[in-house]
Design a protein around this ligand. Sequence first.
Ligand code: HQG
Length: 191
Amino acid sequence: MEQSEGHVKLSRFLCLILRHNPGAIGIQIERVGGWANVEELIDGINAKSRYHIDRPLLERIVAADRKGRYSFNEDGTKIRANQGHSIDVVIDMEHRTPPEYLWHGTAQRFMGSIMAKGLLPGNRQYVHLSPDYETAVTVGYRHSKPDSPVVLKIHAGQMAADGYDFMISDNGVWQIKEVPPQYLELFQPEE
Ligand code: HQG
C-alpha cells in the first residue's frame, strides 16, 4: 500500500517519538526492548500533537512502511522503532559477521572530519551502514541534496577479522559503534 502525504508526516512523527523524544507526547519508552505502550502512544498523539491516530491507522502505517521501521510485540500491546534511536534503549539485535563490504552515504561537507576521526554515531546510538551501494546513495542524499552524495566503501570483512562487532537490525540495517578511518575507502563508480 502506498502512503499518502499525511501518512508520511505521521510516520515521521512516530519516528521522532519512538527514537528520539517520547516526552513530546508525555510517554515513556522501556529501556530494555525500546517498547512504547500502544494505548499510551495513541492517547498521547491525540492529546498532545496536531495529529490524530487510531489503532487501525497505526497498523496501516506500520505495515506500509517500506523500510520496516516499526514492530509490534507479540500480543500487539507494544510498539517500537527497530533501530535509529538517540535515546538510551537496549534492543536485542542479531550479532552477525558482515559481508566483505558495506556502504555508507554521506555529504561532502562531512568528509574532512570523517577521514580524520572515522564514522561516529553522532546523536544516534550506532553508525548505520547499508548493505548495498544504491541504498547508501539514497541515505547520503538526505544530507547532501541538491549535491550528489559521497559514498564510502567500508572494509567490513577486515573489521570483523580485526574483532569489530557488527549487528543487524530487524529491518536489515547494519549497526556498529564506529568505523575508524583505515577501513574507509572513497568509492567512485565508473561512469
Ligand atoms: C555523518 C535513515 C562528521 C554521517 C537511513 C551522516 C539510515 C560524521 C551524519 C539512518 C562523522 C549522521 C541513519 C564524523 C559520521 N564527522 N560527520 N566523524 N561520522 N558522520 O542521519 O547514517 O529513514 O544520524 O555520515 O536509512 O545518515 O531514519 O545518520 O551523514 O539508516 O529510518 O553524520 O537514517 O533511516 O546522520 O542515517 P544520521 P545516517 P530512516
